[in-house]
Design a protein around this ligand. Sequence first.
Ligand SMILES: *Cc1c(COP(=O)(O)O)cnc(C)c1O
Length: 243
Amino acid sequence: MIETSEKVDARAIAERIAAVRLRIEAACRRAGRRLDEVTLVGVTKTFPLDVVSAARVAGLRDFGENKAQELAEKAGQAPGVLHGGDLVWHMIGHLQRNKAKDVVAHADLFHALDSPRLAKELDKRAGGEGRVLPCLVQVNVSGEASKFGLDPDALYPFLDSLHEHANLQILGLMTLAEPTDDAQDVRPQFRLLRELAEGYPAGPRVEMRHLSMGMSGDFEVAVEEGATLVRVGSALFGPRTYE
Ligand SMILES: *Cc1c(COP(=O)(O)O)cnc(C)c1O
């Protein structure tokens, strides 16, 4: 599942990380935000662990994977804070209930909570491991363009229902915007996610601290609209041969 590396170009990775950081900084300046409000999550899916190592040398600490199995493989070798390491592992992809175990075992933050049944399973597993799993709820702000995520209308009832899950801590919202040639087109989608987060009252289990939005093609617009976590893959690590 993980490609074996021919040779990882550590210098190119370091240069791309620096370039993306500069673009985040410029977007923060335009929006009057502080740079330390935004965390760059390097999406290393399909790339080997050597790529994680090279990015780590270049100062990156947050890494994202979209498959539970690949997350478990990499986080097992390069531990996150959950296991006393210095990396932060983000599970950013859709999760099937039968893989919940891997996420509870390895993810420092799960971005894609999107159903009551998954919440129940994760809560049970997290309880079994004696941990609280920090989660973001995925919202579908693009209409039919996305397969996953809750409809905006269903978000607040879902958040209300999570109060019964003592082993889940909801820290915000996540979305995937519609793929487009002009990132400005998706600004209203990012804005909607922010407004949904701002409109929900904080409680013991839910605190809208994070907005996970923005990828290689649209992270600057996402930062301008309030993203605290941007999930960037190809702009840092090059094109992927498969998803
Ligand atoms: C792959 C992926 C990304 C990163 O995509 P790029 O366009 O390569 O930056 C971000 N978020 C999710 C959920 C992904 O699966």
